[in-house]
Unconditional design. Sequence first.
Length: 587
Amino acid sequence: MTDTAERFVESADGTRIAVYEEGNPDGPTVVLVHGWPDSHVLWDGVVPLLADRFRVIRYDNRGVGASAVPGHFSSYTMARFADDFAAVAAAVSPDSPVHVLAHDWGSVGVWEYLARPESASVVASFTSVSGPSSDHLNRFVIDGLKRPYRPRRFVRGLSQLARLSYMGAFSTPVLAPAAVRFAFARGEMRRRLLKDGIAPEAIHHSETFAGDAANSMKVYRANFFRGLRQARADHRVDVPVQLIVNVNDPFVRSYAFADIGSWVPRLWRRDLIAGHWAPMSHPAQLARAVTQLVDHLAGAPAHRELTRARVGVDRPPFGDQLVSVTGAGSGIGRATALAFAAQGAEVLVSDIDEDAAVATVAQITAAGGSGHAYRLDVADADAVNRFAEQVCDSHGVPDILVNNAGVGHAGMFLDTSAEQYDRVLDINFGGVVNCCRAFAPRMVARGEGGHVVNVSSMAAYAPTQVMNAYATSKAAVFMFSDCLRAELDPAGIGLTTVCPGVVDTNIIDGTQFDLPGYESEIDALRTRIKKGFAFRRYGPEKVAKAILDAVQKKKPVRPVTPEAYLVYGAAHAFPQVMRSTARSNLR
């Protein structure tokens, strides 16, 4: 993306600031403010996502791009950055307040401006990315260091200070700018961004990037030591603020924002699974966050993501979360859907029996919850993909995905037809794979983490010759989950493998028995098993409780029922014993 300076704005000290405008001239005005070592080009990936809706304003900070380059470091204090923002806002939108999205030192400068009494009439909302208020950060670090008797807070304060120690070196005149110019001219910054996983086409630097970075390093000398020495006693901000907290940011840790709510009464916080340069790595997420906040402040109902991000609101454990549960027309699936709804979640109830799914939703709504019924055959990959697309378009990306749908089967391998064996695998294992393939990429792309629950079984680690197809399908789910858990972990998505034992559900009603020669006894056998399950008195609601607990505690594997725990231990400690017990059967 290329553009030219539409105008120059003169700041309070006479510094000329280059301003760029594009987008919808009739839309709300959004001002994008960059930090070090970038220029307005930083936002090249974000602007196209905002341009249809918003009038987008960018500008080069002093010392960068087409803006003037003051010579003395005292011209780079945050007070001067605040002056620059004030001048730009007054020039581009003199009669109405602007919305702001700012990153790094640009965000710090906007925080500085928000300490001024006139800011509430100039700024309609502020979305801050990896750039906390220097006052708030000072209070977090210094107050923590003053309280060694609170070890957790002390260690975090010390750790955050250590992560900012590079700023001391960057404050060195002459040598530091020369070193940065040399390194950046040879592609060091680009290599760093590529190492952080940012795609080459997403890296946006101006042609004068190395020189801009060197010229604007005075920002460190002007602010770092000053920020450690002094801070406002009470930097209260009355403007609506949205924090984008990059949880993998190596410079500003997520816990450093813990106290911001004390100074900002209207605060939203979104934790993004990203590093420091989220404007390059996650432009869609930033654009979506800004759009949702602006729309809500204009009177639209808050999007679920925004509602969940509101700080200082009491909510149930799964309040404002979207949960998808397959096989939720009965048994464990229904109990799990009801349990999540009772804890505040909006639940997507799917089942191959649409009437059963509707009945589950009726129970949810009767109890005051929110649910939506869908017919879904999890063994049909195309149907699952259509379901995922419909769900994400209508409701958003689920926060929690519970892959529960399954069927029972009894019979030895040599007695089971190929068609029946494949059917069990297609539903019990293929259904889990299909749902993960359809939803997991969307969860990763959203960048806000989440959780997947794959319902396996005690049979996954308890070999039984008369449950070959069923045990094999559940063992496949177990191993698939172990592999996928490692893959999803960098995206902040947890995965729990749930392994119930003997649970009183209606699964036996739909279980296929392949027992040649015993056809006349199958009904009686089915009745005996159902009576045994009922006598066990371990209902699906207990499994649902375990699932919710495992999600909250991010447990990787959760056996359910005492025998499931016992067999899980025995399978690892005495594998030969487990193999020997496989010779027993139902006949």
